[in-house]
Ligand binder design. Sequence first.
Ligand code: SF4
Length: 342
Amino acid sequence: MNKKSLVGLNLSELQEFVLSLGGSKFRATQIYNGIYLKSYKSFDEMTDLPLSFREQLNEQCELSDVKLKDKQVSSDGTMKFLFELADGNVTEAVLMRFDNRANLTACISSQVGCPMGCSFCATAKLGFKRNLTTDEILKQIYLIQADTTLKVTNIVFMGQGEPLLNLDNVLPAIDRLREDFKIGSRRITVSTCGIIPGIKKLAEIKFQPTVAISLHSANPEIRQSVMPVEKKYKIKDVVEELRKLTVVTGRRVTIEYILIKDLNDSPKAAKELCELISKLKCNVNLILYNENEYCDYKKPTRDAVLKFKCIVEASGKKVTVRLERGADIDAACGQLSSKYKK
Ligand code: SF4
């Protein structure tokens, strides 16, 4: 018989379950805190529960049916986690600390693999398997916290998958991240490659977390050559939908732009970007391409990055250059799963 998995249950669901075992609402609250605030790895660590009740829990349920399968730690402290789901599929997440600040950012997955086929992305090589459920999304955070004993403070949906193709599970997961893991909206970012119906949906619900767009080229031909989604949803139309979104939410969107040598890192490309986003309330995040064995693209030169940054800044946008994280541990999305698949 499959044991019931408790991570992912909210407080009232936990209460119902614990009452069915003959326990009390108070015991349910202790388990709830043990999962979401203390991220205990096992019932045995919940020493505020009576021993006999812990034994009963061990017999009848488990904390998580998603298991930590592998972990790599980079010399810069970035950690990459590979998770095995109950059906044997695997997915992954990355934990990063920026600029020695206290914030710990978990980059999590929303799907197993990804259907979008971006040519620079290791996940695309895996193909698409399925959407992650709300519980599976939440279990990534629980397992990271349980393994590291650290509190995740920020979440970015930038791991495997296109979150806007799985909003039915991603939106409830975001509610639960706020309610159960106590991670505020402003500390959550959802990144999309430009799924217009999904952006419209976010506008409808006045979505408060940050929305990031993986833009990577303002030139439709170049963009389509690396991001097949451009064929269906033109970047010009995507930017217009994002503009409407910023009007209803009052929030800035983030432009994610991976600089790839000789593809999209020229001054001309920077000027095209400035023109495309001139009316959009946004910040620009430039990311240096993370070279890997799965794609032939190269990292831009320092000079190209500085020129690109200066041009976009001169247009009045706030620009940050994201440092390469975890280059020695396959931290670009899909790389760890690709290795596992081999
Ligand atoms: S970059 Fe993102 S959207 Fe594109 S294939 Fe990779 S995971 Fe999917």
